[in-house]
Design a protein around this ligand. Structure first.
Ligand code: DAK
Length: 296
């Protein structure tokens, strides 16, 4: 299938989404979904109330990120973004690989004209435009584009043995989806430069130590996924208005200086006095009750 056709492919349905019933083990849900999903490269499910789970599912290629996978991933992300029942999204892979990078076999024969005219991998950054928080749960390899995809998420959780890296230098190229920028922002110039110029890897344990990951878990994908789902469920239990505003102001800190960022935060803070949920939240506190959010 040509890249051009992939980008114009009709939307796939997410009709297989599990219902939002009592919490279940994430792995149970993933198994349940695998028989029903109309996607071929990902699995989608709702393992916790308010939480959308997307599992990259190309096990034979270590979840290499093909164009077709990205069409499906972006469709699933958009469906969760549009779904009023969903408050947070978790993106994960398998024990062995979150994603071993862009699909090298798909990329290898590309000419400049094909890449340029068809806007090869342009859809990669769609995930960064979402307003709902996305948590990456990384186990195994997160290399090249896999590392970049994980870093595009709002919170990164990993296993202690996860394997992060930007090995593009070994392929005669460089990171192409923000790796040089986001890795440098997370690790500092010297460490990021060392990793990108040598193609060396960083363990999950080191990723946590250097601030690339918020938390590194003992165990495998099951454990890191449970941690990510717990956090996602907690976020989804809050006012959507406040969550979106909080994500927006934190992200602004990446683009603005401290003074402008603080002013920006204050404007958004002021505007939240216009939301119903600010009234609901503060009234509930004063009355020692649990707030029931309107999400308005
Ligand atoms: N692409 C395609 N297939 C891959 C793959 C990849 N990135 N990684 C692994 N596979 C396939 C292998 O070819 C193998 O397939 P078969 O031979 O069985 O058919 C299967 O997955 C299992 O892999 P291995 O046999 O190699 O498994 P090992 O456990 O021995 O090794 C490994 C695991 C992760 C160390 C190794 O597979 C590996 O080094 N993989 C490549 C890692 C890599 O170099 N990743 C960076 C790719 S470059 C852009 C945005 C982003 C990018 C580019 C442009 N724009 C917006 C323009 C991103 C570029 C990249 O990510």
């Amino acid at each position: 299938m040509s890249l051009l056709r992939l980008f114009s492919r009709p939307a796939l349905s997410v009709s297989s989404r599990a219902t939002m019933s009592a919490p279940r083990s994430a792995l149970q849900v993933v198994r349940h979904q695998s028989t029903e999903s109309s996607y071929t490269n990902i699995l989608v499910s709702n393992p916790r109330p308010g939480v959308g789970l997307i599992t990259l599912n190309r096990p034979k290629a270590l979840n290499a990120l093909s164009s077709e996978l990205f069409v499906e991933l972006n469709k699933a992300l958009k469906d969760y973004e549009d779904d009023k029942e969903i408050g947070a999204i978790v993106l994960t892979g398998s024990d062995k690989a979150f994603a071993a990078g862009a699909d090298i076999k798909e990329m290898a024969p590309l000419t400049f004209s094909e890449a340029y005219v068809n806007n090869f991998i342009a859809p990669w950054s769609y995930i960064t435009t979402l307003r709902k928080p996305v948590i990456a749960a990384v186990s195994g390899h997160a290399l090249g584009g896999g590392c970049e995809l994980a870093m595009m998420c709002d919170i990164l959780y990993c296993t202690k043995t996860a394997n992060f890296g930007q090995p593009e230098i070994k392929l005669g190229t460089i990171p192409g989806a923000g790796g040089s920028q986001r890795l440098t922002a997370a690790l500092g110039k010297s460490k990021a430069m060392e990793l990108i110029l040598t193609g060396n890897n960083l363990s999950g344990e080191e990723a946590e130590k250097h601030g690339l990951a918020a938390k590194a878990f003992e165990g495998g994908n099951k454990e890191v996924l449970e941690g990510a789902l717990d956090t996602a469920a907690k976020i989804a239990s809050y006012s959507r208005v406040a969550v979106i505003a909080a994500k927006e102001v934190v992200n602004k800190s990446q683009d603005l200086g401290v003074r402008e960022g603080v002013e920006y935060e204050r404007r958004i803070f002021h505007s939240l006095f216009g939301s119903q949920d600010q009234k609901i939240g503060m009234k509930a506190f004063a009355e020692k009750k649990k707030p029931t959010w309107s999400h308005l």
